[in-house]
Design a protein around this ligand. Structure first.
Ligand SMILES: Cc1ncc(C[n+]2csc(CCOP(=O)(O)OP(=O)(O)O)c2C)c(N)n1
Ligand SMILES: [Mg+2]
Length: 971
């Protein structure tokens, strides 16, 4: 039967205002009546009604008043006589019948919004409870209305249908094995696209027999791998996917759909559950390799460091789809910390988009994040990462989220793990479509992933697929689920595997035969057995031995980073030039002028200018730069001003983007107020763009602990675990200025505690020039290591912390800086790092001290022992060595160096600094100043006469670290 098509459907470009405000084109005093009477406009009316229900302000006031009356009428008037609600014989209802018709629109709306509450989502669950909001009586209909004909609005093309047909249509679409949450989406075009896409097919998959067989094969492959591992490696941890094998079919369907959708690469992140299965059955990792990893003698072959357990390892491969097209698929290695991998994968995906020249549409590389139900709702980094999804500096064009919702987290069930109905509730806050699918229906799940990819490619937004399934065994293979979930597990024990359910369905439909199924199974058994045999042979050849610590002696090699004076002056001019038509703040103008003068050598360089010059010089040497952090464009301390704004229009101008025609790209972003996700993202980005200088900046250094997982699990240890290297640079404002316990400390000690095996560089430079060289060395040298920099706050504007331009034009980064005033023959040497140097130097100058030299350890890890001992050798061999720091004794660099300096220097080192404290710093400026003065004075005072003045909370420590007792030599 031909159905009338509403205007809006015929002409998608129809002016929205025109559609929402018929007054614009009609002189009718009652536009509503005029439009409703038009047979083509019932769908329009319904859409308008829906728009009003979602957001009353979105429709014209005339319509608003109309719908208010309309709804009131629905509530107050008794139901129309059965059968009078609509004109029969397929004609469109007249306005006189609109009240029952309005109730039909309400019904459509309600099912679209709440149908998921009646959907059969839980493979173990009974029929969902009745939702009274969807009961017929709620819409003032009774069973006797079921055969009355109404206009079905936009439902599946619209047109007249009986109430029975409408209900059946809605139930099939929204209450079968797929439950959808999409009516919270504020964007009407997206809502309409989803609605039409789903209603067109009634949310029923329609795969060809061949495709159905492929899906069954994938389910069987997933199941067979788990069973093989279960019987061959009894009790070994694998975090079985059983109960959730549908995931493997979903991923396969996704990859199959990629070529036609223009996708070249899929970047996956996931946790432990089913990871081995994904590695083998999705990424094509060989069973032989996997089985080898299960062997007790296994030692990682590819990684030089400590390696990692098999269910954390990553993999990358080119997968050939059934049409012969290749898709690059990667699975990021991940730590145990659930969901921490999310931002890392996003960063990697964005970097790969850059590599594939896909920075506008971002359609070639698709990130896919696979979550557990417990972790998805529980871990804050999930929300932080979702919040990156639409931001200029962090977008990846839409992530497909798949939740393997086995309805349990270790031993914890939903009532104890969330305050929301669904574990995907966060997605609603971002207005994402959320599909819940019964995991026992792989065809439905595969159908949804196709929609998900289409949606992602069309709207470039995230989308969530929640596969509601179960966990056949315990949390891991050593876990007994019956201790805590005896009833649930007796149900699970009796529940047939997914493969059996799907096989039955396909057999019934004649899509496959028993013999074919048997063939699939036995082929897999043979493949596994062969792989097992090969793995045993491979393992027999292994000769495990403890590997020596990783070392990178080249980390201490000098790197030439100087830039000629002429170039510096040119760059200084370029970074301070603004387009002629730009009107800028006078203070910014002054700042730019002073940068130009600094670069020309007319005045000493400050920190921010040195940083800009380091960036500028790298950019023209074709090194791209990405800097991201909270307020990084301006700089927390109003020091950077990488972006300049026009006073009238707020147009933005970034001088570092406009240095020369063929410079590298400079990207500077203000990040959202997140540490874990943003640092994770930038770390991920740095992995796949190793030639780029990627910097993440903390607002204050102490906030970096909000990203501690990324620092512990990735930055410091990923090279050893997974062989992945990163050039990521962390800028962490640090220094004691009497501002209280917060903001003083970037927790230098924590970074140093993580240092071993030359895993990263930790520096606390004191001069703009040394910072300039440090940044350039980080970008230019071939060795790829993370760099942690303690950066200044107060010193940014301190005349003491400036450098002559000449210091940029010669040499390179100095790991140790000698005392410029007392280069030799000192009888006491104070070693220090960072800001306290200036206080010590002031004291030295003021008191005309000539027997005490102050050496700066500008790079604390790896310590340049040779340079240090060389410089020390210029001073008296009996010189007392003092380590002075402004941080408390249990913080700063001391605890790290106290273990190393005495052994290196073969003498005691006296500690001078604040006592150990639980809180980093005092809350009082005056106490801070007293303490600071005292510790500085103490550093210059002979050890025998410790100061007794002012017993503050930080009674200063003067302690000696013992010289080392020689170790017994091993025989
Ligand atoms: C951040 C973090 N906290 C705790 C754990 C310990 N842990 C490992 S798996 C798991 C349960 C995860 O449940 P869910 O996300 O539902 O995944 P499932 O194991 O059910 O697939 C827990 C608590 C962890 N790995 N990471
Ligand atoms: Mg779970």
């Amino acid at each position: 039967m031909a159905r009338s098509v509403p205007d809006s459907a015929q002409d998608p470009a129809l002016d929205v205002l025109d559609r929402l405000n018929p007054n614009r084109t009609s002189s009718s005093p009652s536009p509503a009546l005029g439009r409703i009477g038009h047979p083509g406009n019932s769908a329009f009316l319904e859409e308008l009604h829906e728009a009003w229900k979602t957001d009353p302000a979105s429709v014209d006031p005339t319509w608003r008043a109309f719908f208010e009356g309309f709804e009131l009428g629905c509530q107050l008037r008794p139901p129309a006589r059965s059968g009078t609600a609509a004109a029969t014989n397929g004609s469109t209802p007249e306005f006189g019948n609109v009240l029952p018709q309005a109730r039909i629109y309400n019904l459509l709306f309600a099912y679209r919004a709440l149908g998921h509450t009646l959907a059969h989502l839980d493979p173990l669950g009974l029929t969902p409870e009745e939702n009274t909001d969807l009961a017929l009586s709620t819409f003032r209909f009774t069973d006797s209305d079921l055969d009355s004909v109404f206009d079905s609005g936009t439902l599946g093309g619209g047109g007249p249908r009986t109430l029975r047909e409408i209900l059946s249509y809605l139930k099939q679409t929204y209450c079968d094995h797929i439950g959808v949450e999409f009516m919270h989406i504020m964007n009407f075009a997206i809502r309409r696209w989803l609605r039409d896409r789903m209603e067109r097919s009634r949310n029923q998959p329609s795969f060809s027999p061949g495709q159905q067989r492929r899906i069954l094969e994938k389910i069987i492959a997933a199941e067979s791998l788990e069973r093989f591992l279960h019987t061959r490696y009894v009790g070994q941890k694998r975090f079985s996917l059983e109960g959730g094998e549908t995931l493997i079919a979903v991923l396969d369907t996704l990859l199959e759909a990629c070529p036609a959708a223009g996708v070249e690469e899929v970047a996956i992140g996931m946790a432990h559950r089913g990871r081995l299965n994904v590695l083998v059955n999705t990424l094509g990792k060989s069973r032989r390799k996997l089985f080898t990893e299960f062997h007790e003698n296994y030692v990682p072959e590819t990684v030089l460091g400590d390696g990692d357990v098999k269910y954390h390892l990553g993999y990358e491969n080119d997968i050939t789809t059934s049409t012969g097209k290749k898709i690059r698929v990667s699975l990021a290695p991940n730590p145990s910390h659930l969901e921490a991998v999310n931002p890392v994968v996003e960063g990697r995906a964005r970097a790969r988009q850059r590599l594939r020249d896909d920075t506008v549409k971002r359609e070639k590389v698709v990130p896919v994040l696979i979550h557990g139900d417990g972790a998805f709702i529980g871990q804050g980094v999930v929300a932080e990462t979702l919040n990156l999804s639409r931001l200029e500096g962090y977008r990846t064009g839409g992530t497909i989220h798949i939740v393997v919702n086995n309805q349990i987290a270790f031993t914890t069930l939903a009532p104890d793990s969330r305050s929301t109905r669904y574990c995907t509730a966060l997605g609603k806050s971002l207005g994402l479509p959320i599909f819940h699918v019964n995991g026992d229906d792989p065809l439905a799940a595969a159908y949804v992933i196709q929609i998900a990819l289409e949606f992602r490619q069309k709207f470039h937004e995230d989308i969530i697929l929640d596969i509601v399934c179960y966990r056949r065994h315990g949390h891991n293979e050593g876990d007994e689920p019956n201790f805590t979930q005896p009833t649930l597990y007796s149900e699970i024990d009796a529940h047939p595997p997914i493969s059996r359910l799907l096989a039955r369905q396909l057999l019934d439909a004649g899509a496959i035969t028993e013999e074919e199924i048997q063939k699939i199974r036995s082929k897999l058994d043979v493949v596994s057995e062969e792989a097992l045999k090969e793995s045993r042979e491979a393992v027999a050849k292994l000769h495990p031995s403890i590997h020596p610590p990783l070392r990178c002696p080249d980390l201490l090699r000098d790197v030439p980073t100087a830039v000629p004076a002429k170039k510096i002056a040119e760059l200084g001019a370029a970074i301070s030039t603004i387009p002629g038509d730009f009107q800028i703040n006078t203070k910014i103008r002054k700042m730019l002028d002073s940068r130009k003068a600094m670069a020309a050598g007319q005045t000493p360089l400050d920190w921010a200018c040195a940083e800009h010059l380091a960036f500028a010089s790298l950019l023209i040497e074709k090194v791209p730069i990405r800097l991201s952090g909270q307020d990084s464009r301006r700089g927390t301390f109003s020091q950077r001003h990488a972006a300049i704004y026009d006073l009238r229009t707020r147009a933005r101008y970034i001088p570092l983007k406009n240095l020369s025609q063929n410079q590298a790209s400079f990207c500077v972003y203000n990040s959202p107020l997140s540490e874990a996700a943003v640092l994770g993202f930038d770390y991920g980005y740095s992995l796949d763009c190793p030639e780029m200088l990627v910097l993440w900046e903390a607002q204050f250094g102490d906030f970096a602990n909000g990203a501690q997982i990324q620092i512990d699990q990735y930055i410091s240890s990923s090279e050893s675990k997974w062989g992945t290297t990163s050039r990521l640079t962390l800028l962490l404002p640090h220094g004691y200025h009497g501002q209280g316990p917060e903001h003083s400390s970037a927790r230098l000690e924590r970074f140093l505690q993580l240092c071993a095996e030359d895993n990263m560089v930790v520096a606390y430079p004191t001069t703009p020039a040394n910072y300039f060289h440090l940044l350039r060395r980080q970008a230019l040298r071939k060795i790829i290591k993370p760099l942690i920099v303690m950066t200044p706050k107060g010193l940014l504007r301190d005349a003491r912390a400036t450098s002559p331009v000449a210091d940029l034009t010669r040499g390179g980064f100095q790991e140790i800086l000698p005392d410029p005033n007392i280069p030799r023959a000192a009888r006491r040497v104070i070693l220090c790092s960072g800001k306290v140097f200036y206080d010590l130097q002031d004291y030295q100058k003021k008191n005309q001290i000539t027997d005490t030299a102050i050496l700066r350890v500008e790079q604390i890890y790896p310590l340049h022992a040779k340079k240090l001992t060389q410089i020390l050798s210029l001073h008296s061999p009996d010189a007392e060595i003092v380590w002075c720091q402004e941080e408390s004794e249990n913080m700063g660099a001391w605890s790290h160096l106290a273990l190393r300096l005495p052994a290196l220097l073969q003498k005691q080192v006296r500690y001078v600094g604040r006592d150990a404290s639980s809180s980093p710093a005092t809350g009082s400026l005056i106490i801070h100043t007293l303490e600071q003065n005292q510790l500085v004075q103490e550093a210059f005072t002979p050890a025998a006469t410790p100061l007794q003045s002012g017993k503050t909370r930080a009674a200063l420590s003067t302690k000696k670290a013992k010289s080392p007792t020689p170790r017994k030599k091993k025989k």
